[in-house]
Design a protein. Structure first.
Length: 149
């Protein structure tokens, strides 16, 4: 893979992860909130520290960073049923564990959503949706980027 193709791949991965938060992660969170399963509403505009960026855009940025991790993991992965299963599991597990056990304590929040089952399930579901969305967008972007002769 050329240097230009590698850079392009990672740009697409960041964009896929960013958009996946806005569409899949926040979309599922909105649905879960609408049925009174999730207490936290989607698309929160509460400013984050230290820059005052709205929460949902901060989450989208970090979704883009996780998209880079996804791209690094799937360099030679073919898009098949295993790709989708890995995307779901990666999304549900990796960002969720980091949020529960590293980010939450740093922010003075209880670990693992305070061990409340609904909060824990919500995190796993919305992050799993993000993983699938990122994989979908990333593979779609990659297909569209390849020249057709």
């Amino acid at each position: 893979m050329t240097r230009k193709a590698e850079v392009s791949r990672f740009i697409l991965a960041f964009v896929a992860g960013f958009i996946a938060v806005l569409v899949f992660h926040q979309g599922l969170l909105a649905l879960l909130h609408a049925i009174n399963f999730a207490t936290r509403p989607a698309y929160q505009t509460t400013p984050t520290q230290p820059f005052g960026i709205p929460q949902f855009l901060s989450s989208a940025f970090w979704g883009g960073i996780w998209g880079l991790v996804w791209a690094a993991m799937t360099v030679r992965q073919q898009v098949n049923k295993n790709y989708w299963l890995v995307a779901l599991l990666f999304g549900a597990i990796a960002p969720t564990l980091i949020a529960w056990f590293i980010v939450a304590p740093l922010k003075g929040q209880p670990i693992a959503g305070g061990w409340k089952p609904a909060a824990m399930i919500t995190a796993l579901l919305v992050n799993g949706a993000w993983g699938l969305g990122t994989a979908l967008l990333f593979s779609w972007f990659a297909r569209r980027q390849r020249p057709s002769y």
